[in-house]
Design a binder for this molecule. Sequence first.
Ligand SMILES: [Zn+2]
Length: 392
Amino acid sequence: MAYDEITALLGGWEGFELTQVRRELATEPDAVPRIVLELRSLPNYPKRCSRCGEVVVEIHDVTERRVRDLPILEAETWLVFPRARLHCPRCGPTVEAVPWLDRYQRMTTRLAAAIARLAQVLPIKQVAAWFGVAWETVKQIDQRSLERRLGPIDLSAVRVIAIDEFAIQRGHRYATTVVDVPTKRVLWVGRGRGREDLRAFFALLGPEGCRRLEAVVMDMSTAYFEEVRAQCPHVTLVYDLFHVVAKYGREVIDRVRVDETNRIARAAGPNDPATRARRRVIKGTRWLLLVVYVLKDDLKQLWRYRYPGAARRFWRAWYRRAMASRIPALRTFATNLAVRIDGVISHCRYPLHTGLLEGINNKIKVLKRMAYGFRDDAYFFLKIRAAFPGIQ
Ligand SMILES: [Zn+2]
């Protein structure tokens, strides 16, 4: 096999051929071995301007470049090759176009592509360690590849969305996600969780997109409500199971637990903690907790209905039981939910995959842990969008 054929087969460095392979001795004892490949430019290969792509004859000078390529047999691989500076008749002084060099020209396109591929599944730190490149380099490559891959979002077919918030830093910074419900695709991620923060999404959706929108799934207790009403007064609001049950947990179960713990503590005698009065309180507490748990499980059933009439009948029965329980926290919860019950019943028409929002929330937590050191919201948001590309 001829030497240039081997070059083409193994390296594919268009316009160049391999002249030498050498091993560079490691300077530190545990350093990765290095292989240096020397390339020479093919004499008959035309040199093109890197700006306009035209063939340029006039060479200004030639400098030696050193760039990284994919590792060969676990050795860090470097290419050394001559890079010509040209005088382009159109653009003036430029460098020759090298088709296999990445945009930042410190490595080959295929090394950048391999880094981008690995960064999809591993934290930046590991990818950087694996390839022996800087953390910042991996981040830049990944961000660029995500921007190219995700591009500007197409909102032309969006009819049912879910809006949710998540904490970037609990208590400090929050962000909002908008998901296309039928495809489970994350459409948009923006900073903040306020009414005006969501406005940026509606600006992107445009007036026609707003008119096309049929239903919005969200949490009952968010600031998004006002903005959705203002932008799309016609849409049907849908409250999802995940948020309503979480609210029940906070406002009913947690409340009952705290109150009962205090009651038990109060009922304990100073010398004898197991008084008859205390035993009676504990027994009562067990009963109360049983009631609130049973009613929680039953409340979840409401999201299984597909016929609004049947859902309403089930709701009325649940409401009567909640009110009859005489548990103040439960009665308050039921009264508040009754005001917004249309938003629960509308779930019959716009069913949400159970666990969609919960799933997205969990995945965001994983991404946050993986990207230990995400200081850049724009990049973090791209990672979230990439994690939910939707059902194709
Ligand atoms: Zn040019």
